[in-house]
Design a protein around this ligand. Sequence first.
Ligand code: FAD
Length: 389
Amino acid sequence: MTAEPTGPGPRVAVVGAGLAGSLLAILLGRRGLAVTVYERRPDPRATGAERGRSINLALSARGLAALDAVGLRELALEQALPMRGRMVHPAGGGHNFQPYSAGGERAIHSISRAGLNAALLDTAEATPGVTLRFGARVTGVDTGDDGTGAGRLLLEGGATELAGVVLACDGAYSAMRRALRPDGGFEAGQDFLEHGYKELTIPPRDGDFALDPGALHIWPRGTAMMIALPNVDRSFTCTLFWPKEEFEALDAPARVRGHFRAAYPDAAALIPDLAEDFARNPVGSLVTVRSRPWVREGDGAVVALLGDAAHAIVPFFGQGANCAFEDCLEIDRCLTETGGDWSRALPMYQERRTANTDAIAEMALDNFVEMRDRVASPVYRARTAAQHA
Ligand code: FAD
């Protein structure tokens, strides 16, 4: 199946205009394809960031390489703050810096999710052939195996639209993944951690950063931890990764303040609205998604999962979005290598990406133990210092 640049109806449908969907639309538009992106939300550039999503995220070399491919690397770096190591805040007080590389030249970059998504959407919108449709929730796909040979996307409200290629970038709780599962041969599992996450804000202090903005801050506390990433407005976004019952136990402002004074005293002093922030912000879930296969071809449409829809991972390695971007690049590469033949390119993409994404899912789970526990141990600190000496 070779997608044509023009033709009746949207030949290539991208489901979800998050980080993966918007980058993928740019890459495909640049190939001269007609691409329609269906996003269930209103345009986030008009409505602001969605509650319950991480406010900022760490971009690594993988993500930057993908952004470079669409000319957005420099813009992203201008909006980001480099973090050259971890600043560990042990339970006993004080802090110690653990650089990511000996000379401090290697960094990961803290960037606003909403700002990055907006930059990708602006670029997608300006790319010939790309159409963005907001407020369009996709409920399923008909791969045209009923003799019609016409693939269709099913939209909320009952409308259907022609689509020969459907690329599902609709996130960890993907409706597309669920739609494909009963259809023979699809397997998908979701492993939820017993920990949830909640975000808090450390505002600027006297107009400046209240902590060192050149580091990713970690408060390791054994079974729980807090991290903080800097924002360009000089605030920090803290994320608590706690067992869910620990959140539930703090059911009154005095309990919240008391717990933070005991467990995170330096941070507690920097969050004036601590109890209000804690009560207002939701607790999110942390899930690992394992699904196979990612690609299904019917008589009228080929469907592929990518990004979190295919392989959501827990955030402790800061690689979910970076991996989703790599999926997009790999699809683009496979299309080049197969002369635009989707039927060969998508299985090739799956073949090349699954070992990587399986490995990173395990590393992300392992890194939770490292971040919340091991980084605080003197042995670990001595070893890290020796490695960078
Ligand atoms: P999403 O960003 O979830 O986008 C999915 C899109 O699809 C959304 O816009 C959604 O509205 C839309 N959609 C959903 N269903 C439908 C439907 N039925 N029809 C139409 N549209 C639909 N990653 C990193 O690389 N670095 C980090 O530091 C990092 N930190 C994180 C911190 C936390 C607390 C969490 C939870 C995640 C973090 N991640 C991080 C992971 C990262 O957020 C995800 O991997 C990334 O957002 C995946 O992108 P995506 O486009 O696949 O999915």
